[in-house]
Ligand binder design. Structure first.
Ligand SMILES: [Zn+2]
Length: 192
């Protein structure tokens, strides 16, 4: 590269063009799809300060608190989530939602969210363990967190507003969901 006289950075004109948001987005998209097809785009763009370009909607939503968005802990008692546990449950279910079975597709992979049944933070102080986790699609994660659905003693997923059974919870043989946490969640749902 020295022999070729290579230098880093953009030409003045290119830099000017790249100041335009659309051009910048197009350039990043083109570079990623042309040269970086197999690269974890979210991770890469996050590391170079361009996290918002990892999805069409901009900054990716927080995956129930255990996403890749860096966050600072406010106090020493802030719950710590184990990212390996999150990965484990997602891999176990192949990113398929335990409620509806949907696998949300991304360009090169799939997307799912690891939901704590009994929340880690106060006032819940639930444990960070596999038996307190579910692999959910974003919609059902929100519905579960916002108490629109709950899971009964027979693993039926019920709509809280009606009590109607909508699904049967899918459970992997290596995943022992602890009913005590679901019971806690049912309590929050007013179904205790
Ligand atoms: Zn779902």
């Amino acid at each position: 590269m020295t022999e070729a006289g290579a230098s880093a950075g953009f030409s003045r004109n290119a830099a000017k063009v790249l100041r335009r948001p659309l051009a910048r987005a197009e350039a990043i998209g083109l570079i990623c799809s042309t040269y970086l097809g197999e690269v974890d785009r979210e991770d890469l763009l996050g590391r170079v300060g361009l996290a918002g370009y990892a999805s069409a909607s901009g900054d990716l939503p927080d995956e129930g608190g255990e996403g890749r968005v860096p966050r600072c802990s406010r106090t020493s008692s802030q719950p710590v989530r184990d990212p390996q546990l999150v990965d484990r449950i997602k891999v176990m279910y192949g990113h398929a939602c335990q409620v509806c079975g949907a696998r949300v597709e991304t360009q090169h992979s799939h997307y799912s969210e690891a939901a704590h049944i009994r929340g880690l933070g106060g006032p819940y102080h639930g444990p960070d363990r596999l038996s307190n986790l579910l692999c959910l699609c974003p919609n059902h994660h929100v519905e579960f967190d916002r108490l629109a659905i709950y899971i009964d003693e027979d693993w039926a997923v019920r709509r809280n507003s009606t009590g109607d059974i909508e699904y049967q919870l899918k459970r992997h043989t290596d995943h022992a969901v602890d009913q005590q946490y679901l019971k806690y969640h049912r309590g929050l749902c007013g179904r205790g």
